[in-house]
Design a protein around this ligand. Structure first.
Ligand code: P1T
Length: 384
């Protein structure tokens, strides 16, 4: 049978009318425990941390959208990442893309190192860089694409080949893209991870994370650690995420259209030193992005001004763009990564990877483009 398209699956997979009542929106199952007919004899649910019907609907939908076989939902993106890292043992080594979310860096550097796991940062945009860092202790390659906040693009298919030549798994944090734009499992990745707090939820009102894989053995080990460590989302949060997913295709298309127009506007502005957005022809990995993101480049843009003081003045002058961390929701947000989301990354390391003090990051929302450009225009008058 023909596989339904992405937008159709986002609305229907794992969902559909409630079999008990016909309600076209499924109820939220708040029960923490489920009646058993006899010991271990039940309808598939025992205790809500292990599994519950609302989370299962979300997990089924997420697996379908990412072209995987198994979806696992978590209470936050970092709970998802932590659970993936729990598959490692002391002595294991991880190669990761150097430009990563500050909280991911903090988890690697301040937490997992204490458990005897070592990490090597590489610029994974350079062909062969991942492979060159792999040792006989390497068990995992962790990349983001596009990266937070510099919007660098890693060739996911090439990264998968480099990792797999050494029997190492590849995990991709695909938060900035969403499955509407890019599906890493189709490109050879073993695990895809999202902070569902962002585009999947889409309305700045739910924290969540997920892992999706097509590998039965990995899924079984992840499922064990999801239950054993317990970083699971509430049924209400799962329900909000299911609601968000229904409009994912529409929202991400509009975010991307607006962001490309914003990036082009900024690129032509005399106060702006550099613009980072994979949809611009000037982006160093534009060709790779065009291929692996299907010609839709996402709603994130970052750009550089003359210095930190100019960046702070512009940020504080914005009115429609709200000064706030996070991204991926309907309203436009702006922040200063060096002082906000990436403050956990040591200054030397930040500068080494090109994350400077004059960088601002925009999460371009789905408002009217003219209003967004007018706000940027008035704020940029403060740059000089
Ligand atoms: O916040 P949480 O749901 O735990 O997700 C963490 C996370 C993981 N990966 C990426 C690429 C992310 O951007 C994030 C969270 N990022 C922000 C809060 C931010 O403003 O960048």
């Amino acid at each position: 049978m023909r596989r339904p398209g992405f937008a159709t699956r986002a609305i229907h997979v794992g969902q559909g009318p409630d079999p008990a009542t016909g309600a076209v929106v499924q109820p939220i199952h708040l029960a923490t425990t489920f009646a058993q007919e006899g010991i271990g004899r039940h309808g598939g649910y025992e205790y809500a941390r292990s599994n519950n019907p609302t989370r299962e609907q979300l997990e089924t939908c997420l697996a379908s959208l990412e072209s995987g076989r198994h979806g696992l939902a978590f209470a936050s993106g970092l709970a998802a990442t932590t659970t993936a890292l729990l598959l490692l043992d002391p002595g294991d080594h991880v190669v990761y893309m150097e430009d990563a979310y500050g909280g991911t860096y903090r988890l690697f550097d301040k937490v997992m190192r204490r458990y005897g796991v070592s990490f090597t940062a590489v610029d994974a945009t350079v062909p062969g860089a991942i492979e060159a860092a792999i040792t006989d202790r390497t068990r995992l390659v962790w990349i983001e694409s596009p990266t937070n906040p510099l919007l660098r693009i890693v060739d996911i298919a090439a990264a998968a080949e480099e990792a797999h030549r050494h029997g190492v798994h590849l995990a991709v944090d695909s938060t900035f893209a969403s499955p509407y734009i890019q599906r890493p499992l189709e490109l050879g990745a073993d695990i895809v991870m999202h902070s569902s707090t962002k585009y999947l939820g889409g309305h700045s009102d739910v924290l969540g994370g997920c892992l999706v894989t097509g590998d039965d053995d990995l899924a079984q080990r992840l499922r064990f650690h999801q239950n054993a460590a317990g970083g699971v989302p509430s049924p209400f949060d799962c329900w909000l995420l299911l609601r968000g997913l229904k409009t994912l295709a529409l929202r991400v298309q509009r975010h991307s259209d607006n962001a490309l127009a914003v990036a082009r506007y900024l690129e032509a502005h005399p106060a702006v030193r550099a613009v980072h957005h994979p949809g611009l022809a000037s982006h160093p990995q534009h060709e790779v992005a065009a291929r692996q993101m299907g010609g839709v480049f996402g709603g994130m843009v970052s750009f550089e001004l003359a210095d930190e003081a100019a960046a702070v003045r512009v940020l504080e002058a914005l009115r429609l763009f709200t000064l706030a961390e996070s991204l991926g929701a309907v309203e436009s947000l702006a922040e200063h990564p060096g002082l906000m989301t990436h403050v956990s990354v040591p200054v030397d390391e930040r500068h080494r990877i090109g994350l400077g003090d004059s960088l601002l990051r925009l999460s371009v929302g789905i408002e009217d483009l003219d209003d967004l450009l007018a706000d940027l225009s008035q704020a940029l008058q403060q740059a000089g």
